[in-house]
Ligand binder design. Structure first.
Ligand SMILES: Cc1cc2nc3c(=O)[nH]c(=O)nc-3n(C[C@H](O)[C@H](O)[C@H](O)COP(=O)(O)OP(=O)(O)OC[C@H]3O[C@@H](n4cnc5c(N)ncnc54)[C@H](O)[C@@H]3O)c2cc1C
Ligand code: FES
Length: 257
């Protein structure tokens, strides 16, 4: 993990209310892997807290993040021009891991939760994995990066909340509808809490016992395990985990969702 001054290379709209930013790294950084995240300043000293954003794509010299305009921080971030310097701590968190024996991989993503799943596709490309992707968006004009999923997956299903693209349903429902076809060895998911909750209850109802890892989103302060702002409860225990340091990726059985 390093705190670096990164330089904005591109920062432009990707879909309705969503921006894609690529920034250059001033020096090599180890461990920039799928499912990890960055904690990035928004370019304004008045907003001291950095914002946590998943690593979407990365190479030796640059990192790409994609973010939804939500509140003040992400709006300020969208104004950063090419050449702007931002303070960034990276890589943070544990990330996704697919073991060699897990060949068939289901990716279930909702909204901005699809971005860390893009990093999974990139990292495991050429490693003999069969991906089955189920992606949910608010509406047709929020759909993005679908071509990356469809070009690298055996099967990709896009659905929307309003039915303007694909069926009017959720990514989780689309996944369970296609479960027998996908026959996954492992499930990786990221998305809004109701989506992850539906995934957890759907697996329990169907008595499906497969490795299933979810990336959680919690409000964060420090991003490095010191402030406990991001605590969430361990399932069935009176103990907490820190999403920034112990996660953001957890086995779905390990945490209360
Ligand atoms: C590990 C991780 C990865 C994430 N990856 C992405 C991503 O790839 N793309 C993306 O669009 N968003 C992602 N988010 C959510 C993103 O961090 C928030 O949308 C963003 O911080 C909102 O900031 P804001 O100032 O615009 O909103 P405001 O609502 O004004 O934020 C106020 C405060 O709440 C925090 N906050 C608000 N919503 C969230 C949230 N959902 N999660 C965490 N903190 C929040 C902010 O950091 C800030 O401190 C991720 C969150 C986490 C924890
Ligand atoms: S954000 Fe401070 S401990 Fe996680």
């Amino acid at each position: 993990m390093k705190e670096l001054k990164v330089k904005v290379l591109e920062n432009a709209p990707l879909a309705s209310g969503i921006y894609r930013m690529r920034f250059s790294l001033p020096e090599p950084v180890e461990g920039v892997q799928c499912g990890k995240f960055v904690n990035i300043s928004v370019g304004d000293g008045a907003h001291l807290l950095r914002r946590p954003i998943a690593i979407c794509e990365a190479d030796a010299k640059s990192v790409t993040i994609c973010y939804q305009l939500k509140g003040t921080g992400t709006r300020l971030l969208s104004r950063a021009r090419e050449g702007a310097e931002l303070s960034c701590i990276l890589p943070l968190g544990n990330g996704f891991c697919i073991r060699p024996q897990e060949r068939r991989v289901a990716l279930v993503g909702g909204g901005v939760g699809i971005f860390p799943l893009v990093s999974v596709l990139r990292e495991y490309a050429g490693q003999h994995k069969d991906f089955y992707s189920y992606l949910g968006f608010r509406s047709r004009n929020a759909v993005c990066m679908d071509h990356i999923f469809s070009s690298q997956s055996v099967h990709t299903v896009i659905v929307t909340d309003d039915g303007t693209r694909g069926l009017k349903t959720t990514a989780t429902a689309a996944f369970f509808d296609d479960f027998e076809n996908a026959a996954p060895d492992i499930i990786l998911a990221c998305g809004p809490t109701p989506m992850l909750r539906a995934l957890k209850s759907g697996l329990a109802e169907r008595k499906i016992q497969l490795p299933c890892f979810v990336s959680l989103e919690e409000r964060m302060g420090c991003g490095i395990g010191a402030c406990l702002v991001c605590s969430c409860k361990k399932e069935g225990k009176d103990e907490n985990v820190r999403v920034c340091k112990d996660g953001p990726v957890f086995s779905i059985d390990e945490v209360e969702i």
